[in-house]
Design a protein around this ligand. Structure first.
Ligand code: PMP
Length: 434
């Protein structure tokens, strides 16, 4: 196997065709896609409207350099900008989330004049040589030093973090873990952030603080209520911007809001997005204010493929489908149902240590029953493989790779949830002796 290809399964699936929430392998076996190509297929595989828009564009014009203009680009960026609150209305188009975050780093440096960046432990922000500094998940790192100027704050993890915490977004579980004001542990984690700012960051000056609105690859980790707002205040005092990485959480996936950051009642200075933005087509974006963008205006912005006509029509069709099919609302309704069913499943299977998430971004953490010790990897791998063999594709993540990550196309329905729960129930039986 060439080293550049990572295999998720021991017996890999050879995918051949996709339709909405379904994938089919080379032998015609059907899989329910709870993974969406890691949150990338947002409105459904080969969605007819998105495909039609692309097909029409393919026969009209593929490409212009972004030094010229085409109407599809304007139509798209206008619509995308309209999805943001306040003065977040300058749109840069790129081709991947890594590129978007690289641009956000540049913008933050140019605007603030500060070079140091902060991210959270177990975060994932991209796979380039400099973003390896921002991405704070050890498993993606090679044994080479990361660039200087990147610092990782203690991640405020309600399940495993040293101060515990009540989650910011458990609206779907009435009465459970909900506090009316800020979670008391939020302040303690922000204290840790302030320790980092005061002790490790040169002169205490920061370019930006990057945070996913719910950590994705890190294992679907939600913030304790109030953390993000208090963290933004702490960063602002050090001259820094707050960059919301919405690569996984954007476009209605979290159900209650269009953007994940809105759950936390905060407004970022820069937002980066990718994956679901193009339903699988290479497209990503950075959105910021005119004031911040002005810091960059003395240098030309160039990106050969960013904003190409094909990406623009796909991006616009995706935004329209989310509205027309009520997919944010569907994420809320089906996501709430899903988490409730997972919590029922947890009662049957002590190997499930934690169920969490919001909308259609859910996590199921496997542990040694009765403890918080991560379930050992061969067992997790076995369960994962069994779920796949029964016809459901699901992602894994977290520091110990023991968290099942559920992030399907946002068109799934309650019957799909029931099927997934039955499959997981079967797969977990072997490991659920009390
Ligand atoms: N940010 C987050 C939160 C991500 O999950 C990812 C991809 N896993 C990226 C950035 C990087 O995106 P890409 O792979 O498109 O470069």
């Amino acid at each position: 196997m060439p080293p550049a290809i990572t295999n998720v399964y021991k017996r890999p699936v050879l995918l051949h065709q996709g339709h909405m929430q379904w994938l089919f392998d080379n032998e015609g076996k059907r899989y329910l896609d709870l993974f969406g190509g890691i949150v990338t297929v947002s409105v459904g595989h080969c969605h007819p409207k998105v495909n039609a828009a692309l097909k029409e564009q393919v026969d009209t014009m593929w490409h212009t350099t972004n030094l010229y203009r085409h109407p599809k680009l304007y139509e798209y960026i206008e619509l995308l900008a309209s999805k943001f609150p306040g003065d977040l209305n300058v749109v840069y188009l790129t081709n991947s989330g890594s590129e978007a975050n690289e641009l956000a780093v540049l913008l933050a440096k140019a605007y603030t004049g500060n070079l140091d960046m902060i991210s959270l432990q177990t975060s994932y922000h991209g796979y380039t040589s400099s973003l390896m500094g921002l991405t704070a998940t050890q498993s993606y790192r090679m044994a080479i030093p990361v660039p200087t100027g990147y610092h990782h704050a203690v991640h405020p993890d309600p399940f495993r973090g040293i101060f515990g915490g009540c989650r910011d977004s458990l609206s779907q579980v009435p009465g459970e873990n909900v506090v009316s004001g800020d979670c008391p542990s939020a302040e303690k984690y922000v204290h840790q952030l302030n320790e980092l700012l005061g002790n490790s960051v040169p002169a205490g000056r920061v370019g930006a603080f990057f945070a996913e609105s719910i950590q994705g690859a890190g294992g679907v980790i939600q913030f304790p209520k109030g953390y993000l707002r208090q963290a933004q205040e702490a960063i602002k005092k050090c001259g820094g911007l707050y960059v919301a990485d919405e690569v996984q959480t954007g476009f209605g996936r979290t159900g209650d809001h269009y953007w994940g950051f809105q759950t936390h009642g905060v407004k970022p200075d820069i937002v980066t997005m990718a994956k679901g933005i193009g339903n699988g087509f290479p497209l990503a974006a950075v959105v910021t204010t005119k004031e911040i963008a002005a810091a960059h205006s003395k240098a030309a912005y160039f990106n050969t493929f960013g904003g190409n006509p094909m990406a623009s029509v796909v991006g616009k069709a995706v935004l329209e489908v989310i509205e027309e099919e009520g997919l944010q609302q569907n994420s809320k309704v089906v996501g709430d149902y899903f988490i409730q069913q997972l919590m029922q499943l947890q009662k049957q299977h002590p190997v499930i240590g934690d169920v969490r998430g919001q909308g259609l971004m859910l996590g199921v953490e496997l542990v040694e029953p009765g403890t918080k010790k991560p379930l050992n990897l061969p067992q997790v791998v076995d369960i994962h493989e069994n779920i796949k063999d029964q016809g459901v594709l699901i992602a894994r993540g977290g520091r110990w790779n023991n968290v099942f990550r559920i992030k399907p196309p946002m068109c799934i329905n309650k019957q799909d949830v029931d099927f997934s729960i039955a499959v997981m129930d079967e797969a977990l039986k072997k490991y659920s002796k009390k």
